[in-house]
Design a protein around this ligand. Structure first.
Ligand SMILES: C[S@@+](CC[C@H](N)C(=O)[O-])C[C@H]1O[C@@H](n2cnc3c(N)ncnc32)[C@H](O)[C@@H]1O
Length: 221
């Protein structure tokens, strides 16, 4: 890990430990975004481009169209790509600063950016979406509330809806970094979405982080 990323990670860990100790385990996301002062290098997960596995998966699913929900949208690149691909996109994040940042980056966007908490989504989102994209969210939520967060995702899909999840896979590869994020097991994911139909589960590694196992997985209603 280069020196700068190590510094950013160290700050993240300090914020997340303090938030956890205060019983507000998700508080640090807003603190990290607000403290970044619009410098994306301060956000360790900011790719500034859509996730390539999402792009690849959607490109192979021409039948999925309509309303898309991007969970924990961060700096908005996945949401913007989906909007350009023809989806009517709602993208939300717990962090007001991340949503303000998205609106500043993409002032003419058709995406409906909003602040919301996956743990208590607006009632009118129930059974509403043709596509839900969850990238690196469940793995960033501590275990004591992770089940609750995961259980909400299927309730937001409409009767033809598809759920796409991308994250770190718990496996025999041992990442050399402390959590968060917490790698998730295939068994845990399949258990959370057992009422949905499994469509796809693929393990992959990124060339630049070969010691981190990852998954791209999809379910349909
Ligand atoms: C690791 S980042 C990933 C961001 C983005 N999906 C990406 O891949 O770049 C996790 C994001 O989820 C957001 N988040 C965490 N818990 C959330 C919740 N309960 N509801 C909505 N967003 C949440 C955080 O603010 C943060 O932007």
């Amino acid at each position: 890990m280069d020196e700068r990323l190590a510094e950013v990670r160290a700050r993240l860990l300090k914020l997340s430990e303090a938030a956890e100790a205060d019983g507000e385990p998700l508080r640090w996301f807003e603190e990290l975004y607000a403290g970044a002062a619009r410098n994306s290098e301060e956000i360790p997960w900011a790719r500034m481009e859509p996730h390539p596995k999402m792009v690849e998966w959607i490109a192979n699913q021409p039948d999925i169209q309509g309303r898309a929900l991007v969970v924990g949208c961060g700096l908005g690149d996945d949401a913007e790509w989906l909007a350009a691909a023809g989806f009517e996109v709602t993208a939300f994040d717990l962090s007001q600063s991340s949503i303000d940042w998205c609106c500043e980056r993409f002032p003419s966007s058709s995406v409906n950016y909003c602040v919301a908490d996956l743990l208590s989504p607006p009632a009118d989102w129930l059974e509403s979406f043709d596509l839900i994209v969850e990238i690196h969210i469940l793995q960033a939520i501590p275990e004591q509330i992770r089940d609750q967060a995961a259980n909400i995702l299927p309730t937001l899909l409409n009767s033809n809806g598809q759920l796409l999840c991308i994250g770190r896979l718990l496996s025999t590869l041992i990442p050399d970094e402390p959590a968060p994020p917490w790698p998730l097991s295939q068994v845990w994911l399949e258990g959370r979405f057992e009422k949905l139909n499994p469509v796809h589960f693929n393990r992959f590694v990124n060339e630049d982080t070969p010691t981190i196992d990852r998954y791209v997985a999809a379910w349909s209603r």
